[in-house]
Design a protein around this ligand. Structure first.
Ligand SMILES: Cc1ncc(C[n+]2csc(CCOP(=O)(O)OP(=O)(O)O)c2C)c(N)n1
Ligand SMILES: [Mg+2]
Length: 297
């Protein structure tokens, strides 16, 4: 991938961060840090990899994305709104009565959400079922599944880790968001996972370990995974819970947070400045941003 594409993806990721922060700040509380750690991955998937039709969310031949750590809904909604699945104005309804954007992803409520999740462990299993269905139906498409590291404490996840190699699901990439934190502590304290890549390798997966905040590394790892035949791929992404907003990154317990008006203002300022700086780099280098719904507003 050339530098120009990388910068366009960085810009898209920063837009996703900004809209994600805005949604949660508007509500006043939510799973913001765990949403920010996957912003770069969502930017790469929806900005350059996935074969999708936002105007036809249920197109049978689409690539599928399952946010198994369903509490990262706000990051998914920002991405989907920017891609044009539904109006940007829905973002201000996050988790409010009557909303179509609940705190956790729900496929029956939100256009573009391929699988309901929130009860940790279930999304990966359901996602592998969707990937198997693609194979059975002869659909040449991919399934991307995003799993939390704390989520990997669920036994069901390990059942899924056994299932995918057995079925040779080479249309699947599972991303492990290795931000080292759980709900009320570090993953090491709660139930240590050890070397996830080595464990998955032993289970028969093709594995890679990357910096999950680096759009170039993410893009290259996905391309490498797509060359693998007859076995599923896992990408362990070393990430930071709260990535992009130092104040959130540095909070010790930062799973579900309450945002004071001051914190909201400080966070928005940081993200807006970062976004404006990237916009300037794009302008100076005559780089076309990834098209989003904001272009039409
Ligand atoms: C089956 C189940 N048990 C417990 C919870 C409560 N819970 C919600 S998020 C969370 C921690 C998840 O940690 P991780 O997967 O690492 O998420 P991230 O750090 O990416 O936010 C827990 C225990 C749940 N949603 N589902
Ligand atoms: Mg975690």
């Amino acid at each position: 991938m050339d530098t120009r594409k990388e910068l366009a993806l960085k810009f898209f990721a920063s837009q996703i961060r900004l809209e994600t922060f805005r949604q949660v700040a508007n509500l006043g509380f939510g799973h913001l840090p765990g949403s920010l750690s996957v912003a770069d991955l969502l930017a790469v998937l929806y900005g350059s990899k996935m074969n999708i039709r936002p105007e036809e969310p249920n197109w049978p031949e689409r690539d599928i994305m399952v946010m198994s750590k369903g509490h990262a809904g706000p990051a998914v909604y920002s991405t989907l709104a920017l891609k044009g699945y539904f109006p940007m104005s829905w973002l201000s309804t996050l988790n409010k009565p009557g909303t179509r954007l609940p705190s956790h992803c729900d496929r029956l409520l939100t256009p573009g959400v391929d699988m309901t999740a929130g009860s940790l462990g279930q999304g990966i299993s359901a996602g592998l079922g969707l990937a198997l269905a693609q194979k059975v139906k002869g659909i040449d498409a991919k399934t991307y599944i995003i799993v939390g590291d704390g989520e990997c404490n669920e036994g069901e996840v390990w059942e899924a880790f056994l299932f995918a190699p057995q079925r040779k699901l080479d249309n699947v990439i599972v991303f492990i968001d290795r931000n080292l934190k759980q709900l009320d502590g570090t993953t090491a304290e709660v139930l240590a996972l050890g070397d996830m890549a080595a464990k998955l390798e032993a289970f028969g997966w093709h594995t890679q370990t990357i910096n999950g905040q680096d759009v170039l590394a993410i893009s290259e790892a996905i391309d490498a995974a797509h060359t693998v035949k007859d076995r599923p791929s896992a990408i362990v992404m070393n990430t930071i819970k709260g990535a992009g907003v130092k104040e959130l990154e540095e909070m010790e317990i930062n799973h579900h947070i309450r945002l004071s008006p001051d914190m909201s203002e400080r966070g928005m300022k940081v993200l807006e400045e970062a976004h404006a700086a990237l916009a300037e780099v794009l302008r100076e280098n005559n780089i076309t941003p990834i098209p989003t719904a904001l272009d039409r507003e």
